[in-house]
Design a protein around this ligand. Structure first.
Ligand code: ATP
Ligand code: MG
Length: 341
């Protein structure tokens, strides 16, 4: 619990901006499942409104949203235990985001590194939505009074902004209404790096398919991508310090540890002195053993789109039941005539 007054509740989201990657699985979805199974109330969202901050083909967006839902379920999220839905179907997210647009300061938003990374050199041509994204993300979380948010390391800054927005809102209006949310950034692979460039994170929107492992890749593709992953010519060292300036090697060790549910230290202890010619095939076997059942289940679930749409609708109804009174109370605090008690 963040401040002692809010019941623990978990929220997190993933964008249907492409297919799920191993980074999304290890950094986020695996944690989502752990939290669901720990008995806390869990709400997981396909954040389609975030996805359109960069161009998305409408048919591909529909497909990616359903596939993301299938990926959640195939990874162990149970639509009865967790609330699974797509963001656009609960209008309270965007309604609260407007309030937060008026709470967040330009100076705060301008510091966000994700905007700088994604807008690149042509920031003038980026959408206003891409710039405002973190205020919508704060609304996604706070419209449920969520106290804990499992994410990968790259989302840390956005969660700090979410905390700043909650604190400023509470101070401005003299209330203790929004919780100060705790990021949950855990596991051996909180930042899985690109297989082609150890300085860049693995992303579903990276133009290079070889940079990532997709949850839909078959065994041969996974093995080929790992075999071709960029590394250096040295064998694995006998301690973690030996990986300090070897980001690509460190990445493969972290991935191995996260897939095997162990620590990078333990992986190094088991594989010290190995050449990548030996380590990479072991990693590929492990990745295939862990991912193939999920890939197979996703494929099966995608055959019944009606059932996926039913899960999403049911989730949206349950999510709205929590979000609507919190939005109305926010409107009341802010001074909107007509806000329901
Ligand atoms: P995009 O490239 O469109 O931003 P993405 O792969 O970064 O896609 P998001 O939907 O932005 O995926 O993020 C979903 C979740 O996955 C977040 O919690 C994020 O921190 C986590 N995540 C994304 N990439 C990685 C990664 N490489 N390693 C660990 N976690 C990651
Ligand atoms: Mg991202």
């Amino acid at each position: 619990m963040s401040d002692g007054t809010h019941t623990p509740r978990v929220f997190s989201g993933i964008q249907p901006s492409g297919g799920l990657t191993l980074g999304n699985y290890l950094g986020a979805i695996k944690r989502f499942v752990d939290m669901q199974d720990s008995g806390i109330e869990t709400i997981y969202c396909m954040v389609d409104l975030h996805a359109i901050t960069v161009w998305q083909d409408p048919d591909k967006l529909r497909h990616a949203t359903r596939e993301l839902c299938a990926g959640f379920i195939a990874s162990g999220l149970d639509p009865e235990k967790s609330i699974l839905f797509n963001q656009s179907q609960v209008a309270e997210h965007t309604q609260l985001a407007w309030i937060f647009n008026c709470v967040a300061r330009m100076g705060w938003m301008k510091r966000m590194t994700q905007f700088k990374d994604k807008a690149g050199k042509n920031a003038e041509n980026a959408s206003l939505g891409l710039f405002g994204y973190p205020a919508l993300m704060a609304a996604d979380i706070l419209v449920y009074h969520a106290t804990h948010v499992p994410v990968g390391e790259d989302q840390k800054q956005h969660l700090e902004l979410t905390r700043d927005i909650a604190i400023k809102f509470n101070n401005d209006f003299g209330v203790d209404f929004f919780p100060v949310t705790e990021p949950v950034i855990e596991g051996a692979a909180t930042r899985v790096m690109s297989l082609r460039d150890g300085s860049k994170k693995m992303s579903k929107s990276d133009p290079s398919d070889m940079s990532r492992i997709n949850l839909t890749d078959d065994a041969d593709t996974i093995a080929r991508k790992i075999r071709k992953a960029k590394t250096d010519p040295d064998p694995l060292p006998d301690s973690l310090e030996g990986l300090k300036d070897r980001p690509e090697a460190r990445n493969l060790v972290n991935i191995y540890a996260a897939l095997a549910d162990t620590t990078p230290e333990a992986v190094i202890a088991d594989h010290a002195g190995q050449q990548f010619g030996t380590f990479k095939p072991s990693l590929a076997d492990l990745a295939v053993a862990k991912m193939a059942p999920i890939t197979g289940e996703m494929e099966r679930l995608m055959k019944d789109k009606g059932e996926i749409d039913r899960v999403l609708k049911d989730g949206a109804d349950r999510a709205r039941a929590i979000a609507a009174p919190i939005l109305q109370k926010t409107y009341q605090i802010v001074g909107m005539v007509g806000a329901k008690r």
